[in-house]
Ligand binder design. Sequence first.
Ligand code: ADP
Ligand code: ZN
Length: 730
Amino acid sequence: MSYTEIALFSCPNQSFDYAIPKDLAVEVGDYVEVPFRKSTASGYVVRKKENSAFAKARPIFACDQKRRLPPELLDLARWMAQYYCTPLSKVVLGMIPSSVTKKVEEKPEIEFYLLQTKESTRQEICQLRTKFPKRGELLERFLQRSTWKASELSQYRSQIATLYKKKWIGKRTLFSIEERMQNQEYFLTTEKQLTEEQATACKSITSGLDRGTFQVFLLHGVTGSGKTELYLQSAKRARALGKDVLVLVPEVALTSQLIEKFRSRFAEPIGVIHHQRSLKEKSADWKKIQEGSLHIVLGARSAVFAPLKNIGLIIVDEEHDSSYKQSEEMPTYHARDIAIKRGSQIGASVVLGSATPSLESYYKATRSKYTLLSLTKRATASSLAPVKIIDMGKEYEKAGGFTHFSAELLEGIKKRRVKGEQTLLFFNRRGYRTARICTKCSKPLCCPFCDLALTLHKKEERLRCHLCHFQMPSPRKCPYCGAVDEAKYQGFGTEHIERSLQALLPEIRTLRMDRDTTRKKGAHEALFRAFRSGKADVLIGTQMIAKGFHFPSVTLVGVLHPEKALFLPDFRAPEFVFQLITQVAGRAGREELSGEVLIQTHLPKDPLLHLAKEQQFLPFYAKEIAGREDFTYPPFSRMIKVVLSSPNPAELRRAAKSLHFSFEKVLREDSVYPITEPHHAKVAGRFRLHILLRTKNIGKTTAHLKALVEALETPRSLRILVDVDCISIL
Ligand code: ADP
Ligand code: ZN
């Protein structure tokens, strides 16, 4: 009898020994069920071995080879366990969406599909437009996609009934998950004739695919330069070669347009891994990938572990986006880096796309580690929108006091409304007022569980913590000094900006998109559609509106105080601000209509804002990379952030000191920073301390680090998180 080490979902931080019974063929990567304590548990085999230190290792009950993880993923897991200082069992289990292990119930579902031709539908829509606009809108949807589930059309109940009665649409009941997943009959679109720049880049990628060896391409293209078209055409080549394609996007809910483009270009079904989808849909897609019946998969961060068996191409869209990094949980992996690692293991081409590549990636491209492909022009006739910087100090003088909006911005919004065009307003803070201050004791009212001032949300008339779930009505009495009715409010969020705009220009219709308005499943989609179909003149939002969206009639973009983020004491702050401005500005004038961008700021002379204004990545890069080199910041070193947390501050300090001491003793070649209190020293009732490390030999450091962290004797309530290649040092 031989033995296995098994990672169990119910206890992920260590693996357990089990014996292989004679009648069972068990391999590494197999899904197994085993006896555990007084019941049963399930998990994956991570290792096989001849002997076990446990005299009483119990036998495995059952094994499902159909759900075996590809060996390549296990190799990747082993590498990640080392690199990210995480137990192998936790890494392996983290690769599998939790939904896959849960038993899901199947309920039948109703689906509607278009019965008429596209042409006649178009004519019908024209006729309906004025008399029955909602019915027309519904038909418009059927033009985009021929099948819709009843649950997706809940707001059109009566229109559906009418269209069904008039035999415009048919109805069927889907009983199994398989039937439901086939909901992908998009009308196919044809390939675009590539521009010269696109063609050169495309040739480079496709010849890489033809060679079938590992290669990383950095596709640096200004917004609207047609990167997506290149993704589509490269994916087509990979499929023609019989290879699978994996496409990573920062957030699936924000990139529905990319998904729709893939669906409308490929006749085969496309898998989408998305946390807002229901459990049953997710596990069904995962199983299909595992069985080998899906060959193109799109998804966010965790989709990088999709068990595709024959990947030839991995695309990482918006490669600079920090949502690819898992920072709050181990392993603290970066999906872009994992994509590259995975590509190198299996000999795939990896395409990193961005208008504002991360300094790390661009640096590698200049060092010929990656192949640089540049798209400098927009693919369509439209040109990049001119950007203007507005000094808000002067605007206050003009207006005789505080205002959110410069005269030019207000004029611009009014003008757009008259022409039937639209405006985006970007401000990176949600809520109404961001602090409630007592005028007697001058203290801001903080969350009782976090080190953060509470934000007032006007619509709900509540104060909310943006770190934990705490909320309360605004109290009359200050909890610190007891003064009654002595509160004033400071700081602004998107909700305030929306209300101020409504007060100033009552005729303007607004929509707001931030984490408050998109909490519900599908809310992104709904808001996005509403704005696109012209239900509002102005869309106000946080960085959510900066990403990926394409609104043809947006011709004015207002960026309010992007310089705020520059005050963060983080070496990546300028990079973050530059990326943000470029992304937001790229939303203006993407089709025939030309656009305009206004940046309102208190720092009208800031050199970074001027670089962002010119949308000149290269000078920005040259300036930033020189600074990084001077201070040996990444990419000239690697940073690791060790985060300790505990509800008990004394215990926390003791553990941090002990760990810091051992770091200084062992990690002699690295820079060990002093213990620091982070930006938020307390979150959800737990105090936090950081130890930052900077190293030039990451492999060696993480190996030591893993041993040191494991050797530290810690009370149960203390948690240690090792954030390798941390994005933020705060
Ligand atoms: P990016 O992803 O670089 O921001 P997109 O791929 O969204 O840019 O392209 C911007 C617009 O240009 C889209 O409307 C797209 O359909 C169009 N487009 C892309 N490539 C071409 C091409 N070769 N010819 C004509 N239009 C194109
Ligand atoms: Zn809180």
